[in-house]
Structure formats: C-alpha cells, structure tokens
Design a protein around this ligand. Structure first.
Ligand SMILES: [Mn+2]
Length: 369
C-alpha cells in the first residue's frame, strides 16, 4: 500500500515578463512543466493513492487557460491510471466570501478524483484498508471544534492537511495553524501542504514542498530540490522524488565598502562568469553601495546579463538607507515588522514601481495600524 503526496502546485503562478513561444508567461509554463513531470512519474510509480495537499492554484480565480490546462491534465491522468486522487484546498484556493465557491469543486466530475474544498471530511475507501481525514484551509480555521482521530477499525489512517505546523517553517503567507494535539494522534502518515520546502517534521509527518519555486522568497529555496513524496504505509518507508525545475541562482553577495566602481563592475561580471546564468533566474545583491556610485554601475553589462538569463535581478542597498533603517525610532522592530519588511522587499513588483518607496510606504501603513 503506497501513497504519493504532492503539495503546493501553485498552477497559474506568473512572474517576470518573459513569455514562451506560445505567448505564455515563462514561469507559468515552468510550473506546469513541473506538474506534468510529476504526473508522468506518478503514473509510473502507480501508487494506490495520490494526495494533493492544497494550493493547487496560485490564486482562487485562475485564468481560463490555467483552469482548462489543469482540468485536462487531471482528467487524462485519472483516465490513464485509475489512481484514486484526493485534493484538498489550500489558503490560495480558498474563497473569501459565502457567495462564492471554490473552483476545485469542478474536478469532482473527474472519475477517481475526490475534492475536499471547505469542510473537514473523512474519505473512506471501500476495502476499509485506508481512510484519509481531510482538513482543507477553511476547515482548519475551525479546527478546535473538530474531533478528528484515526479509525481503529481501519488498517491505515492518513491525515491530509494544509497549514502551518511550526512558525519557524513559513515561506508562504496566510496559512492557518495546525493544532499540535491533532498531529500527536496515531496517524500512519500525515501529508502536509503550505510550507514550500520538503521537510520531515517528526514520526510520519511530512511537508512535500512545492513543485517549483513559487513562494515569497525564492532565494532561500535556490539550492534545494523540489519534488514530491512517496510513502509505503506497510514498511513505513519514505522516498523523495525530485523534479527538474528552473535553475535559480543567488550569486555571492558583494560588499561595496571601500571599493572603486571598476572593482565593483568586475566583481559583478566575475560572479556571472563563474557560473552559467543562461535561462536561469538570478539575483545579485550589492550592499553598502554609496548612492554616488549607484548610477555609475555598468548598466550595459547588466542589460546583457538580463538578456542571457530568464531574469537577472540586481539588488543594491545604499549605505545611507541602511543607516536610516536602523535609526528609525518610531517603527516597532518585532517579528511582524521583520516579516512584513522581508515580504515587501522580496515580493514581485511591476517594473514601474520603486522598491524602496514601496517598502517604506508598506511599513508606514503597518505602523499606523
Ligand atoms: Mn502554498
């Protein structure tokens, strides 16, 4: 009895301006490519059960093409393999008002596919061999009222949930908290979604991680593999299956303190020449860069890197700004402030918006609340 645990697909995620030869945003195409790869591998593995632990879509109202493409892939997979599949909704799939419905409901019409989008539900397979207790994001918000527990009459009991288990493990915002008591029960496997990195929590509790780099800070995930989990319920054995994803490179940070403009331009070039940035998503950070040097960087060279890479992001931090940030006496410096700041500093922005103005204004709003 084996299951495959997949999570945080974020289909429809888009970033940067590059499109592929079909006019589709390149990053959206990348995410679909990872999903397709996963389905092909899973078909070969032929598990008894496929669990998708939420955040199927990046936004709760996916575009028509995203929706159609997903529907067709799932239908083709179900038809070809007959693998029983359970999908729960994550916070990205959840709708915010009562007069709306979760789009994942649409997949209920596909044979072998079960969708749990709103309320907690226990899915029992006829043989009584396995039950899956499903806790989508919306149900987790009321988790204290629930009494979900393993069924003693059943051979294997699995919990499928989308939320935050540990505050230190957070790289996607807006998830609900998973109660500790629920996790401590005697589940044979707990399939979690929400944290975008593959992680063993304890016993048989796992985050599968996202299938591509779609979280707020992709640079933290630059070196890690993306993929999905296969779990053998009888032998309690776990296998992580990596997927091929877009190359993501966080180049070594450059400290501009005491350097001339020639030295800086050379360091920036050296970093690129020591690796292959072709078609990759790349970040180069330069800290302590005096404002006087900012305009003198070799932008012709930087534009060349931008053409070579899928996306080359140059992040410069002027000395003066860092000083101001430290001296700001009115802003609270607690966890929420730091979290908001990090989010604002890294979330994708339209190119016409100035990052430092955006961060400053966002933190001012936070301060007002
Ligand atoms: Mn997610």
């Amino acid at each position: 009895m084996r299951l495959v645990h997949l999570a945080d697909l974020h289909l429809g995620f888009r970033n940067y301006s590059r499109t592929n030869n079909k006019g589709i945003n390149q990053r959206e195409a990348d995410v679909f490519k990872a999903f397709q790869q996963a389905l092909t591998k899973i078909a070969t593995l032929a598990p008894n059960l496929l669990l998708i632990a939420g955040d199927v879509f990046h936004k709760n109202h996916p575009d028509n093409l995203t929706l159609l493409h997903t529907y067709n892939l799932l239908q083709e997979f179900a038809q070809k393999t007959g693998i029983e599949t359970i999908i729960i909704a994550g916070n990205h799939d959840a709708v915010k008002t009562k007069d709306n419905a979760c789009i994942l409901e649409l997949f209920k019409s596909i044979p072998h596919v079960t969708v749990v989008s709103h309320k907690a539900e226990v899915v029992v397979y006829p043989s009584k061999e396995v039950t899956v207790a499903c806790l989508p994001h919306s149900a987790l918000l009321e988790a204290d009222k629930l009494d979900l527990r393993p069924d003693k009459n059943c051979r294997f009991n699995v919990l499928l949930v989308h939320g935050t288990i540990d505050q230190d493990l957070e790289n996607d915002y807006g998830g609900a908290h998973v109660p500790k008591e629920l996790l401590q029960k005697d589940w044979d496997y707990v399939a979690c979604g929400h944290f975008h990195s593959f992680r063993h929590i304890n016993r048989f509790i796992y985050y599968a991680g996202a299938i591509e780099r779609t979280s707020n800070d992709i640079w933290k995930e630059a070196k890690e593999e993306k993929g999905f989990v296969e779990f053998d319920l009888e032998h309690k054995k776990v296998f992580f299956h990596p997927l091929e994803t877009r190359k993501t490179i966080d180049l070594p940070m450059i400290d501009a303190t005491g350097k001339t403009i020639e030295e800086l331009n050379n360091l920036i070039a050296d970093n690129v020449h020591q690796t292959d940035i072709t078609d990759a998503v790349v970040r180069q950070r330069v800290i302590n860069l005096p404002r006087s040097l900012q305009n003198q960087l070799d932008y012709k060279q930087i534009r060349q890197f931008q053409r070579q890479a899928l996306h080359y992001l140059l992040v410069t931090k002027p000395t003066e700004l860092r000083k101001n940030e430290r001296e700001s006496p009115t802003l609270p410096q607690g966890g929420l402030y730091q979290e908001a700041k990090q989010f604002l500093e890294t979330r994708p922005l339209r190119p016409d918006i100035c990052r430092s103005d955006f961060v400053r204004q966002g933190l001012e709003y936070l301060q007002r609340i």
